[in-house]
Design a protein around this ligand. Structure first.
Ligand SMILES: NC(=O)c1ccc[n+]([C@@H]2O[C@H](COP(=O)([O-])OP(=O)(O)OC[C@H]3O[C@@H](n4cnc5c(N)ncnc54)[C@H](O)[C@@H]3O)[C@@H](O)[C@H]2O)c1
Length: 398
């Protein structure tokens, strides 16, 4: 692939490291950055033949096959419209829009232009997520009841994130977009999110947006998604997911304390890991940060999809649904009520009811629970189907 990168900041560089790492044939041939020195420096660092401070010039570059948007949230939409104008395939970082209205306009624009469009939600491409997802899809966890995702860290690294107008929100939008898509993927992207209850507050930072929030997303099949986000968490970046189903459980720790622990007095030590607050004492580095954060699998899947002419697994439609869920979270944080998810475009299933959760014990009873106790008894808790009476049956005494 010949790529134009828009933005030479934090994520643009992470993406470039992933795209051009491990002897990939893909190359960033054009870089757009707001400032000339940043564009030149990025071009030098990654061997780009063309740099510019004019966004449209990078997109329109005749050799560019796909445009990667790595710009502040308020610039995603304008960049997407330019890609439509020049009929260039586009992939954009998260969140798709600052809200669902922007996201919907972007979705409709790429669809009417007929261009390939991918949503760069890296955290559903981490090696651990991909493995967990396979297990969930194979039924190893049974019916998914609850999926929780947490992203908390000490706050973002650039001025614009802290400005409500440019960012479009605080940690709900910045971090909640990851958590919502993770939970949605485990629960089933074809299951309609119905309503959201969210608490949010500005607990520490002198900003207009929220710096801490917890939310619940109710799905049509009865499953619940939960997100926990913070820009005020101390101690690094905490990325953890939990999935609970009728047949099993998965816990994933993607970042902090994942089995690599190191002590140093600080001599000779520089960078530790994203958002790590220290480089002395006991540290928790990552083995291969870009891979562990999902960037490698994400770009492989995006570029393969473009080459094969199929949709990637994360589309602008997914970005739109995520924005719509987060809009409801913002409304709920204000009203303190369950707020409906307003999805003007719904492409999944409708009218999905809960699967039966009853286990037959015999013709007269349902099984509530079976347990082997520490004193060797096998206990069965049963419910009579007719009378509703709960009884227990004890057998196999030690
Ligand atoms: N895991 C992830 O997927 C992930 C992580 C971090 C950031 N992001 C997203 O990436 C995007 C960029 O974030 P970042 O962390 O790279 O930010 P950044 O501030 O580090 O970099 C932003 C880039 O955009 C340029 N820029 C800033 N303001 C501009 C303006 N007004 N006009 C033109 N260019 C401007 C900057 O010069 C820089 O090149 C955001 O949408 C953010 O949410 C995604």
């Amino acid at each position: 692939m010949k790529i134009a990168m828009l933005g030479s900041g934090f994520i643009g560089r992470f993406y470039a490291g992933s795209i051009q790492g491990q002897r990939r044939p893909d190359r960033i041939i054009s870089i757009y950055s707001r400032r000339e020195e940043s564009a030149r420096k990025f071009a030098d660092d990654y061997g780009c033949e063309h740099w510019t401070t004019n966004m449209e010039e990078a997109i329109a570059h005749p050799e560019v096959q796909i445009v990667c948007i790595a710009l502040p949230n308020n610039l995603h939409e304008a960049a997407v419209h330019l890609c439509c104008k020049h009929k260039k395939a586009v992939i954009t970082t998260k969140p798709l829009g600052r809200n669902a209205v922007e996201a919907r306009r972007m979705l409709e624009a790429v669809e009417s232009a007929g261009i390939f469009a991918g949503y760069l939600e890296d955290l559903v491409y981490t090696p651990k997520f991909l493995r967990a997802y396979e297990s969930v899809k194979n039924g190893a966890l049974g019916r998914i009841l609850w999926a929780k995702s947490r992203e908390t860290h000490p706050g973002p690294h650039s001025d614009w994130f802290w400005d409500l107008e440019q960012a479009g929100g605080g940690c709900i939008l910045d971090l909640g977009c990851h958590c919502v898509e993770i939970a949605r993927s485990f629960i089933g992207k074809d299951i309609r999110p119905l309503e959201v209850m969210c608490w949010a507050d500005t607990q520490v930072k002198p900003i207009d947006a929220e710096d801490h929030a917890i939310g619940l997303v109710k799905y049509e099949n009865g499953a619940i998604g939960q997100f926990e986000v913070s820009w005020t968490f101390r101690g690094g970046m905490d990325l953890r997911d939990e999935v609970m189903g009728t047949e099993g459980t998965i816990w994933i720790n993607n970042f902090l304390r994942t089995g690599f622990e190191m002590f140093t007095t600080g001599k000779g030590e520089g960078y530790t890991a994203e958002k790590a607050e220290s480089n002395t004492g006991w540290l928790f580095p990552m083995g291969d940060e870009a891979n562990d954060l999902g960037y490698n699998h994400m770009f492989t899947e995006m570029f393969n999809a473009l080459e094969k002419g199929v949709e990637p697994r994360e589309t602008f439609y997914d970005g739109y649904v995520v924005n719509a869920i987060l809009d409801a979270a913002y409304r709920s944080a204000k009203t303190k009520l369950w707020e409906p998810v307003q999805l003007d475009i719904w492409r999944g299933r409708t009218g999905v009811t809960r699967d039966s959760h009853l286990t037959e014990y015999d013709t007269e009873h349902y099984l509530v629970k079976e347990e082997l106790t520490h004193y060797g008894a096998r206990k069965l808790i049963l419910k009579n189907k007719q009378t509703g009476k709960i009884t227990e049956k004890v057998s196999d005494h030690a």
